[in-house]
Design a protein around this ligand. Sequence first.
Ligand code: ZN
Length: 191
Amino acid sequence: MSEQQSISLDLIRQLVDGTIDDDNTERLLKLPRKDKDRFFGYLTVLQERVPWDERILLRLGDKLYIVAGAPGERTVKCECGHDFGDYRRNWKLGCRIRTRKTLAEMAQVYDPAPAVPEPGWQEIREFFCPSCATQHAVEVVAPGYPIVFEMLPDLDRFYREYLGRPLEDERDDWYEDHSAAITGQWAQQAS
Ligand SMILES: [Zn+2]
């Protein structure tokens, strides 16, 4: 590993930890913008911090990642190891969900009081990992609104066209939303 890269990795560790100082922040800001290696340095730092070996392809949240699982699989994984399945299916559908609907329920997490959403018009949904109970997301939407699929990244295009390092398992059907497969199954079970 070159000295340059080890310095860079150390800085990335500080960035991830939130301990980087002002001088280094300024130095990083002045580096060339299209340094694509920094993304891979970032992945290296993230990979050091998770307890499993699957390769991280993209970070979705503080403790949520898209990983290369078994050959031909790209799945969403919690830091604890819980696997939410194919990344083309909205991972939120595999969460434990708490919905706050009443004024009292919503006031517990909103301050000041005038900011509390209006019951009947909006509800708060909190999404938890079913294994470790990490809260991965919160959405405030109208009751009945479909669960929001926050991000379906076009990984092949990102790796090939932006990073210049195509993934080994490129396929035409990776960039497709398959969430309806789950909700369709639920509808069948309910009927
Ligand atoms: Zn978890």
